[in-house]
Design a protein around this ligand. Structure first.
Ligand code: UGA
Ligand code: MN
Length: 471
């Protein structure tokens, strides 16, 4: 199918800028060094009673404090009124907008603040700031009302779909061209719910091998729709060909990370991609089947797919190789999830990895504010909050979370190689011309006349410059 742009969703409840601001607000609040914070401080110096205490004054009482007589009395009442309004607004704001109040019900689970050890090498301090920000600034809740700087603090509507981005589809095919899957003909699986397997991916030299490895796993999974979202502005035609070749129903979309996040550390990896896939599901009006976020570098046991396929609301299961404990897992007692074991809690109500849960689309479609905000480290938590999950509703999988069916394997990301291989030799005289052409297409390596280490070719254990053998 040719490229097509899907329309953004209406109405808009939240946008990237708002979320971006929310992150910046967090940082500013906790650092207290920015211009905005100092203005905020200034306001408080004028009106906040504790400032008077700090400068040696007594607590102001009506008509008594000498420094507040006359014009000062007026200013004091103004300040008190202002303070009451601010407290009132904060109070109301907290209950309407805080993440804790966002879900349909509260599971009463405590958000324990443990030792902040972010997994995947994310900066500790950055995360700490975000957590503090989340607790201190209720308005930063990304999928409910947001206070936008752009709109001068007006509160957006709290209804409507929280995603609103153009969606660029590169190629797609709903057709399953596999004849046999595992040991049965495809038709034997016709009654099974479909698993929508969402894979964020991004250009780097490991991209194609990772996707191939994943594809060869997915080829064994019946009734699977692969949503591959590439973190790149333009469509990659090599990916189109690769994906269509597997015969798995798929959609390939281009979903670049918004440029303002590119340089942030940590960056919200895979978020634009997953948002695009959510948008696709929404626009296709898919309200049946199961959603699973499967990164391109993880390792999946085939039994995972049979486990998650019957998810009624949200199922959860252990993920191996996560951070310090080498596992992130719900704690199950008497067949019920009661808590979580994860070495990076950081205030998250749902301290789980992206690969550690699956969601029923029938359930998710009841939540119009479903969202995955650009908040590094909190994507899973905020996504699960946006669909009003309660702890007693979670379905533990993998023999009550005793088996690891998915591994958070990681592949080192290295720059694409440049090899000095003279172009005059990259012709039909040897295989190397065609090989390097294909390596270039895959973003793995390229040949150059002027850059990189000179390619040496060896024979009988003796190496010589490539020109010696190829000429
Ligand atoms: C962990 C979690 O397992 C991810 O689900 C989560 O998105 C990520 O942390 C995060 O929050 O940053 P990790 O192995 O550290 O994953 O991250 P990557 O595997 O590098 O990235 C997660 C996914 O996003 C991958 O599928 C990757 O291909 C994709 N990605 C990564 C992008 O699309 N763009 C990038 O710039 C980097
Ligand atoms: Mn990964």
């Amino acid at each position: 199918m040719p490229s097509a742009y899907y329309q953004p969703l209406e109405p808009q409840a939240s946008d990237d800028n708002d979320e971006r601001w929310a992150i910046e607000d967090d940082d500013e609040q906790s650092s207290g060094r920015t211009e905005r914070s100092s203005q905020y401080q200034h306001l408080h110096t004028r009106c906040y009673p504790q400032q008077l205490l700090a400068t040696g004054d007594q607590l102001p009482s009506m008509g008594m404090a000498p420094r507040l007589r006359g014009a000062g009395t007026c200013r004091r009442s103004y300040c008190i009124m202002l303070l009451l309004i601010v407290v009132g607004v904060c109070f109301v704001g907290y209950f309407f907008v805080s993440p804790q109040s966002a879900g349909r019900g509260d599971d009463g689970a405590e958000d324990a603040n443990g030792i902040y050890e972010p997994h995947n090498g994310k900066g500790k301090r950055r995360h700490l700031k975000l957590i503090l920000g989340m607790q201190m600034i209720p308005h930063d809740h990304p999928f409910k009302a947001t206070i936008s700087k752009r709109n001068h603090g007006r509160i957006h509507s709290t209804t409507g779909h929280a995603l609103n981005e153009p969606l660029h589809i590169c190629s797609e095919s709903p057709e399953d061209r596999r004849v046999y899957i595992q040991d049965k003909p495809r038709s034997a699986y016709a009654q099974l719910p479909v698993i929508y397997f969402v894979t964020p991916t991004y250009p780097r030299r490991e991209q194609i091998p990772e996707l191939k490895r994943l594809a060869y796993t997915l080829l064994h999974v019946p009734r699977l729709y692969w949503l591959v979202a590439n973190d790149q502005e333009r469509c990659d035609t090599f990916l189109d060909t690769l994906l269509s070749g597997f015969g798995i129903p798929y959609a390939h979309m281009a979903s670049p990370m918004p440029s303002e996040f590119r340089k942030s550390k940590p960056a919200p990896r895979g978020v634009a991609n997953r948002r695009a896939a959510l948008q696709w599901l929404h626009q296709q009006n898919i309200t049946n089947g199961v959603l699973y976020f499967g990164d391109d570098d993880n390792t999946y046991d085939l039994r995972l797919f049979s486990e998650i396929r019957q998810t009624q609301r949200v199922s959860m299961f252990p993920v191996g190789l996560i951070a310090e404990y080498a596992v992130s897992v719900p704690v199950v007692r008497d067949g019920k999830v009661v808590a979580f074991l994860d070495s990076w809690v950081a205030g998250r109500r749902w301290p789980v990895d992206m690969a550690g849960f699956a969601v029923s689309l029938a359930y998710m479609s009841q939540y119009p504010n479903v969202n995955m905000p650009y908040k590094p480290g909190y994507e899973e938590d905020l996504f699960l909050r946006s669909i009003g999950l309660r702890i007693d509703q979670i379905e533990p999988k993998g023999a009550n979370c005793t088996e690891i069916l998915v591994w958070h394997t990681q592949t080192k990301n290295k720059k694409s190689a440049v090899v000095r291989l003279n172009s005059e030799f990259l012709d039909g005289r040897s295989n190397l011309g065609a090989l390097f052409q294909s390596l270039k297409l895959m973003g793995v390596a390229s040949a150059s006349d002027t850059e990189g280490p000179v390619a040496m070719i060896s024979k009988n254990g003796k190496s010589k410059s490539h020109s010696f053998i190829l000429s």
